[in-house]
Design a protein around this ligand. Structure first.
Ligand SMILES: Nc1ncnc2c1ncn2[C@@H]1O[C@H](COP(=O)(O)OP(=O)(O)OP(=O)(O)O)[C@@H](O)[C@H]1O
Ligand code: SF4
Ligand SMILES: [Mg+2]
Length: 318
C-alpha cells in the first residue's frame, strides 16, 4: 500500500530569488507522527503549505512526486485540492485566528466545514460539532457553539481549531507549531490532546515543533530541515541516540536518550544564522557554521544511509 503522504524532491521558490525548499523529501505513513524540526527560516512551514497547496501567490512549487494516498497532488485542479483540504487532509496553524472567522460563531464555522464536504443535515452537523468539542476537552459544548471566537481564550480557540480540523474525519493532520502562541501549561495540554487523538483515531500527523520534549514523546520519525533541505531523517529513538549530521547534533546538543529530555527543552542554539539560499547554490549550506567543514563541503554533498531507515546529507561517513 502507498504511504499516506509522499513528498519527494520538493522545490519551492519565491520570485526566482529565494529557494525556500530545496529537494526536500518527507513521507508520512498511516497512523504515524512525523515531526519536522529546524531553526526559524529553514522551510518547515513552506513545506507544509506546499503540501496543502496554500503557498503565497508568486511561489513556484515542483516535486518529483507529491502524493496523498497514492494520488498525485501536483496535477490536481484547484477544486480537487479544495475538496481534499479540510476533508481527508487538514491543517492546524500556529495562530488559530488565521483560520477562525471572527464574524461567525464557532458552531456555524464547524458545521460549514462538514456541509461543504459531506452530505449531511444541519442537525447532524451540529451534533458532530458538539461531540468533537467535548472530545477535545471543551465543557458545555452547546454553549460554545453559539459563541464567537473572540469570546474564547487562546487555548480554547486552539481546541476549537483542532475539533474543526477533525470534522470531516481526516486521515492526515498537518500541525504547524500548533501551540507556540499559548502559555506553557496550555501548550502541554494541547500537545497531549493532539498525541491522544493521533493514537485513538489512527491519524497520520506531520507535526512542526521546536519542542524536543514533544518530539521525543510523540514522534515516530523525525526529519531535520536546514536551509530548505532535509539534512537528516530517522526513527525518533535512532535520531536521538545516534545523530549523524553536525547540525542535528548541534540542535540536540548531543542529548543521548529521549527519556532524559524534559518538556519544553528547546532546540540547541548554534552560533550564526540560517543563510538565505538562492538558485544555483552548491555545496553544504551549513558549512559556515560547521566545525567539520573543509573544502569538499563547497561541492555536491552525498546522502548517506546510517541504517535502512536513517539517512543524512553530509560528506562525513556514516
Ligand atoms: N511569501 C514569501 N515570500 C518570500 N519568501 C518567503 C515567503 N514565505 C517564506 N519565505 C522564505 O522561505 C524561507 C522558509 O520559511 P518558512 O516560513 O518555511 O520557515 P520555517 O522553518 O517555518 O521557520 P519558523 O520556525 O520561523 O516558522 C525563509 O527564508 C522565508 O523568508
Ligand atoms: S557537509 Fe561539511 S559543512 Fe556540511 S555538515 Fe557535513 S562536514 Fe559540515
Ligand atoms: Mg514556520
Amino acid at each position: 500500500m502507498s504511504a499516506l503522504l509522499e513528498v519527494d524532491q520538493l522545490e519551492v521558490n519565491f520570485g526566482g530569488r529565494v529557494s525556500a525548499v530545496r529537494g526536500a523529501s518527507v513521507t508520512v505513513e498511516r497512523g504515524e507522527t512525523h515531526c519536522l524540526v529546524g531553526e526559524s527560516g529553514c522551510g518547515k512551514s513552506v513545506t507544509a503549505l506546499a503540501v496543502m497547496n496554500l503557498l503565497a501567490r508568486g511561489a513556484r512549487r515542483s516535486a518529483k512526486r507529491l502524493a496523498f494516498e497514492g494520488q498525485d497532488l501536483t496535477g490536481l485542479s484547484d477544486s480537487g485540492m479544495a475538496h481534499l483540504r479540510g476533508n481527508a487532509m487538514a491543517m492546524i496553524f500556529q495562530e488559530p485566528m488565521t483560520s477562525l472567522n471572527p464574524a461567525y460563531t464557532v458552531g456555524s464555522q464547524m458545521t460549514e466545514v462538514l456541509r461543504r464536504h459531506k452530505k449531511t443535515t444541519q442537525r447532524a452537523a451540529t451534533d458532530r460539532a458538539a461531540d468533537l468539542l467535548a472530545r477535545v476537552g471543551i465543557t458545555a459544548p452547546g454553549l460554545r457553539l453559539g459563541q464567537f471566537p473572540h469570546q474564547l481564550s487562546g487555548g480554547l480557540r486552539q481546541r476549537v481549531m483542532i475539533a474543526m480540523a477533525l470534522m470531516c474525519d481526516p486521515k492526515l493532520l498537518i500541525a504547524d507549531e500548533p501551540t507556540t502562541a499559548l502559555d506553557v501549561t496550555v501548550q502541554a495540554q494541547i500537545l497531549r490532546l493532539l498525541a491522544g487523538l493521533q493514537r485513538d483515531l489512527g491519524l497520520g500527523m506531520l507535526l512542526i515543533t521546536h519542542d524536543l520534549g514533544i518530539v521525543a514523546r510523540v514522534a515516530h520519525r523525525v526529519s531535520v530541515m536546514y536551509a530548505g533541505e532535509v539534512v537528516e531523517s530517522a526513527p525518533t529513538a535512532e535520531l536521538f541516540a545516534n545523530p549523524k549530521h553536525p547540525y542535528t547534533r548541534g540542535l540536540l546538543r548531543c542529548v543521548p536518550v529521549p527519556g532524559k529530555i524534559k518538556r519544553d527543552e528547546p532546540l540547541g542554539s548554534i552560533p550564526g544564522t540560517v543563510p538565505r539560499i538562492g538558485p544555483g547554490f552548491e555545496g553544504c549550506a551549513f558549512r559556515d557554521r560547521c566545525d567539520f567543514a573543509d573544502v569538499t563541503c563547497a561541492h555536491a554533498i552525498p546522502r548517506h544511509a546510517a541504517s535502512v531507515a536513517h539517512d543524512f546529507l553530509c560528506r562525513l561517513p556514516a
